[in-house]
Design a protein around this ligand. Sequence first.
Ligand code: FAD
Ligand code: FES
Length: 256
Amino acid sequence: MERFSLPVPVTEIREIRDKLFLLSFECEQIAEKTKCGQFVHIKCSDALFLRRPISVFSVEGNVVSIVFEVRGKGTEALSKKKVGDLIDVLGPLGCGYSVEKFKGKKVWLIGGGIGIFPLYMAAAAYGLDSAAILGYKTASLVAFDKEFAFTGAHVDVVTDDGSYGEKGFVTDMFKKRLETEKPDAVFACGPMPMLKGVYAICKENDIYCEVSLEERMACGLGACLCCVTPVKTGDDTVENLTVCRNGPVFKGSEVF
Ligand SMILES: Cc1cc2nc3c(=O)[nH]c(=O)nc-3n(C[C@H](O)[C@H](O)[C@H](O)COP(=O)(O)OP(=O)(O)OC[C@H]3O[C@@H](n4cnc5c(N)ncnc54)[C@H](O)[C@@H]3O)c2cc1C
Ligand code: FES
C-alpha cells in the first residue's frame, strides 16, 4: 500500500457549525491514492507527540478535505490552522469500503454523528444508486446532509429528539426503508452501538454489510498494536487485528 508523509499547505479552513471544521489541503499523491473510508494521520501541533486520525471526506483534483469535530488538544490545534500553513499529513492509511465491488448496485450508507463523513466519497461515487441515512443527536448538529443530497443520493435525516428530519435512530429509518426496498450492501460508520444495531438488521435481512471502527491510535501503521481488535477471520478463528492497518473498515460479520 502506497502512503506518503508530507508537509502540505492548507488551502481552506472553515467552521461549519460550533466545533465542526472543514479543512482542505493540497497533496497530489494523497489525492490520487485515497479510497473511500481511508484516513489521514495528522500532526496537529509540534507540542503533541501523537498524530490524530481523521477520515478523508472528499477528494477534488489535488485537494483533499477532512471534516472534524474539536474534541481535545489535537483537534483544537488543528482548528487554529490558517490558509497557507503547512501541516504534516501521513496517508492515505487503512483499508476503506468496497466501493468498486458494488458499482452499479444499490448501496445504502448509514452514518451517525461524525460517522457520516467517511461515507461521503461513496455517495459521490454512486450518486443515484445510493441512499444515505444520516443520524444526529439534534438539529444544531446537522451538517452536510445537503452535500450528500447533491450527489443524487436519496437522503433521510433522523435526529434523536426529532428537531430536524424524522425522530428516531438510523436503525429505525433503516427498518422503515426496508419495508419497501432492499439494498445490495450497506456501508456504516458511527458509534459502536449503532454499528451493532445496523449489522443485526443486515444479518436478519441477509444484506452484505461493512462497518468502519473507531479506535484510539498511535502509529496508524500497524506497528504499535495499540488499536488491535478481535476479528473473526474463519469459522472458528478469531485474530487480533489492527484497526489502523487491517481496518478501519471490516465486514460486519467479522466483528460482531
Ligand atoms: C479511523 C478514524 C477516523 C476518524 N475520522 C474522524 C473524522 O472524520 N472526523 C472526526 O471529527 N473525528 C474522526 N475520528 C476521531 C478523531 O481521531 C478523534 O476525535 C481525535 O483523535 C481526538 O483527538 P484530540 O487530541 O482532539 O482529543 P484527545 O481526547 O485530547 O486525544 C487524546 C488521544 O486520544 C486519541 N483519541 C481520542 N479520541 C479518539 C477517538 N475517538 N478515536 C481515536 N483516537 C482518539 C488521540 O489520537 C490522542 O492520542 C476518527 C478516528 C479514527 C480512529
Ligand atoms: S495505531 Fe499503531 S498499530 Fe494501530
